[in-house]
Design a protein around this ligand. Structure first.
Ligand code: AMP
Length: 194
């Protein structure tokens, strides 16, 4: 585990509890000697995590799509400009050894759900953590339970991600992660004959 990718809100107009979680996560990342891969901007929780990692002596790699490149944080040690949002997510996935989602909006959800989806299909076997500050992800977890209960995903896939309440637990989980044996997504349960 060398580089952690953090997905998080581009908004800073949120409760101080979220702002503090972003700062605390940055402290834990640098305390563990890890570097940061993130969305490259100096806005919202993203900016706080990046500035915090930099301040703690960690290396910050920002991955930003061309369209948003004006928002790129000049404090990054390295900025990778990608042609679009999709290639940006691919780059983040390639460069990081593990993924943490702080609270965030549609962009954060989209990123973390894609990384879980890719893990489900065995494109990668890296740790994925939700940082559930102030219980932010509880409703999403309830929806996930419904997904398992109603048969839209195998219940074993609840092991694809991990939920923690505090930033130090997130980093501990990343550091101690051992990928479990892979699980096939489905058997051959066709609903139409070939
Ligand atoms: P959101 O949760 O909707 O604020 O989206 C945040 C996530 O989407 C971040 O993890 C970024 O990777 C990406 N993103 C959204 N807005 C921006 C932005 N203005 N600049 C850079 N990345 C962004």
């Amino acid at each position: 585990m060398k580089r952690v990718c953090v997905y998080c809100s581009s908004s800073g107009r949120v409760s101080p509890v979220y702002l503090e979680a972003a700062r605390a996560l940055a402290r834990e990342i640098t305390g563990a000697g890890l570097d940061l891969v993130y969305g490259g901007a100096d806005v919202g929780l993203m900016g706080l995590v990046a500035a915090g990692v930099k301040e703690g002596g960690g290396r910050v790699i920002g991955i930003i799509p061309e369209k948003l490149s004006a928002l790129g944080w000049t404090g990054c040690d390295e900025i990778v400009v990608t042609p679009d949002m999709r290639s940006r997510k691919k780059k983040m996935e390639e460069l990081a050894d593990g993924f943490v989602a702080l609270p965030g909006g549609f962009g954060t959800l989209e990123e973390i759900l894609e990384i879980i989806t890719l893990k489900q299909l065995q494109y990668h076997a890296k740790p994925v953590v939700f940082l559930d500050t102030a219980g932010f992800y509880q409703d999403l977890l309830r929806l996930f339970s419904r997904i398992f209960e109603d048969g839209f995903a195998r219940p074993e896939f609840s092991g694809l991600y991990h939920l923690v309440a505090e930033p130090d637990e997130a980093v501990r989980y990343l550091l101690g992660y051992q990928p479990p044996p892979p699980i096939e997504k489905w058997g051959m349960e066709r609903t139409v004959p070939r």
